[in-house]
Design a protein around this ligand. Structure first.
Ligand code: ACM
Ligand code: ZN
Length: 552
């Protein structure tokens, strides 16, 4: 048999002596000097790592393989040479800070912690021209000579994904984690339970996924919609899959914060275990002007969007259920924070439930808001006892904040300001800036939940509210964009909604105010789009026109 070998020489030349303005790194680094000349990566370029940075060398190769199609040989002894050196050096307090120096003979990335080395790798990846290379036997890739010192402005840099309104595969969740990592975010908030689907396997309560992960149809179009598609829809992650995703994220220095919603948004859990409701025998009703597919009696997983009155009843048995669920969640997720929801819990059922009313009296609570607070405090105490802290949406302020809770401010910034004033840590996710389910154009170009959040609006967001007393500003840990998926049925729609707004947010969270520039960011968009193309990501392509029309 005749074998043919083809040698493909790929030369990707960057002109030496690039100006800063010609280099696009998103988020823009704190300090960057561009020198003349470049380093050339060839198939023979070694990555030099110590045992301690070997993992980051593997990560660099994972991304080189994934993005560019080639990998480089790794040497751990000696741990530096004329190649790409990854090392740890003491002296830097911020574990995500890094130094990156590129000259003609080598690339040096060092930090005090592997997290910093990983951040430096992300910058290096963006200095490689945005073209596929492949496993060619010969290639030369020129990366420009630079000296960078870089660190983030905020310690919490998050992206959220709702996998309940629509379900997303493990493969896409991993891709999403890569998007998070490649733009120097560090937290993935995984919204796992909802009215429309329970997505995490809980061994002790198998019906949560046998029943709760599936709905008999979905509203067509924007709520209340034009009907119901009648398609059996759902899915869930097995515990093995979750462990795999947690490991994948951890390899990339991304913390996953799971969200288990309580006491509201509980329809799917109640469909599986009706006894969790105040009224187990009452059938689930479709909201006015919507239709439900399949059986219309008994408890049903919701098929449309909104807020539903059938919520967890604060019975002993409900708390036991939730503690059992959380025990399994804690086994899977090592994060310090566990998100317990707390938002949008209608009090209708509690008002007419004899048990709830009795509990209010017995505990000396003021009303049903006091009961909500009691619910959250009880769960917080349980989780604190296991060494974890809770995050809740800003409704957890109602009736008094639980002692160690962190507040996620979504109904504007007021909840965050209030919580910080009470010396509680805060993550800012105000709807008007941080909800990436809003449209990107005034004239909506696809079905969305509504609201208009332009690229400029995201870019100009400042997570620390001006109104907040300066002594309380330290309580703002950072910010996060929320991606609710009522109107995002497939991955390319999610990508369309997050890009390029997510890149704008990366600068909000990482780049210091004096290095941020809307004009510079806007003129970088063509380069940013080239990276999205390289990643195989869909994105909204008309921000420049939309912003121009608004004089931005
Ligand atoms: C939320 O958007 N309901 C937190
Ligand atoms: Zn009740």
């Amino acid at each position: 048999m005749k074998m043919t070998f083809s040698l493909i020489a790929i030369c990707l030349f960057l002109l030496p002596g690039l100006a800063q303005s010609q280099i696009t790194i998103i988020p823009t680094p704190v300090k960057m000097e561009v020198a003349s000349g470049s380093f050339t990566i060839t198939p023979q370029t070694y990555i030099y790592a110590s045992d301690a940075t070997r993992h980051e060398a593997d990560m660099l190769n994972a991304y080189l393989g994934q993005i560019y199609g080639f990998t480089l040989p790794v040497q751990t002894n000696p741990s530096s040479g004329n190649g790409i050196n990854l090392s740890l050096r003491e002296g830097e307090k911020n574990p995500e800070a890094y130094h990156l120096t590129i000259n003609k003979s080598k690339v040096d990335i060092y930090a005090s912690d592997n997290r910093g080395v990983f951040m430096g790798i992300q910058t290096l990846l963006q200095l490689i021209p945005p073209q596929k290379v492949g496993m060619a036997a010969v290639f030369q890739i020129m990366v420009p000579a630079v000296t960078i010192y870089d660190y983030p402005q905020f310690g919490y840099r998050g992206m959220h994904l709702d996998v309940c309104r629509h379900f997303f595969s493990v493969a896409f969740v991993k891709k999403y984690i890569d998007y998070i990592a490649m733009q120097k975010f560090n937290t993935f908030h995984w919204h796992l339970t909802e009215d429309q689907g329970w997505r995490i396997e809980i061994k002790k309560y198998p019906k949560l996924t046998e029943i709760g992960a599936w709905r008999n149809g979905t509203t067509i179009g924007r709520y209340p919609g034009t009907g119901n598609d009648g398609i059996h829809y759902g899915g869930y992650y097995t515990q093995e899959e979750i462990r795999d995703v947690v490991r994948y994220a951890s390899d990339r220095h991304i913390t996953i914060i799971p969200e288990i919603e309580l006491p509201g948004h509980a329809s799917a859990a109640i469909a599986a275990y009706p006894e969790l409701s105040c009224f187990p025998d009452e059938s689930t009703k479709a909201p006015a002007r919507t239709t439900m597919a399949g059986p219309t009696t008994g408890k049903q997983v919701q098929q449309t969007w909104g807020v539903f009155p059938d919520v967890f009843c604060p019975k002993e048995t409900t708390f036991k259920f939730l503690e059992d669920v959380l025990d399994e969640v804690l086994e899977l997720f090592p994060s310090k924070f566990i998100h317990i929801g707390g938002d949008e819990c209608p009090k209708d059922n509690w008002k007419r439930c004899a048990h709830c009313q009795q509990l209010i009296k017995e505990k000396g609570l003021k009303d049903e808001h006091g009961l909500q607070s009691y619910f959250i405090h009880t769960i917080e105490k349980y989780l604190n006892g296991k060494g974890r802290n809770i995050i809740g949406w800003d409704e957890i302020l109602e009736g008094g904040l639980a002692p160690n809770a962190t507040v996620m401010s979504w109904r504007g910034e007021e909840g965050g300001i209030e919580a910080a004033s009470q010396n509680h840590t805060v993550i800012m996710t105000p709807g008007q800036y941080m909800y990436f389910d809003h449209t990107q154009t005034k004239q909506e170009d696809s079905v969305t939940i509504g609201g208009y959040t332009s690229l400029n609006k995201v870019y100009t967001y400042q997570p620390v509210p001006q109104k907040l007393d300066s002594s309380k500003r330290k309580y703002v840990l950072g910010a996060q964009a929320n991606v609710w998926t009522e109107y995002m049925g497939y991955p390319s729609k999610v990508e369309y909604m997050i890009f390029p707004r997510m890149s704008a947010l990366s600068e909000v969270l990482w780049t210091p105010e004096n290095r941020k520039s809307w004009d510079r960011f806007k003129s970088s968009l063509p380069d940013i789009y080239k990276r999205y193309n390289l990643w195989g990501a869909n994105y909204f392509k008309h921000s420049e026109e939309v912003m121009k029309a608004e004089g931005k």
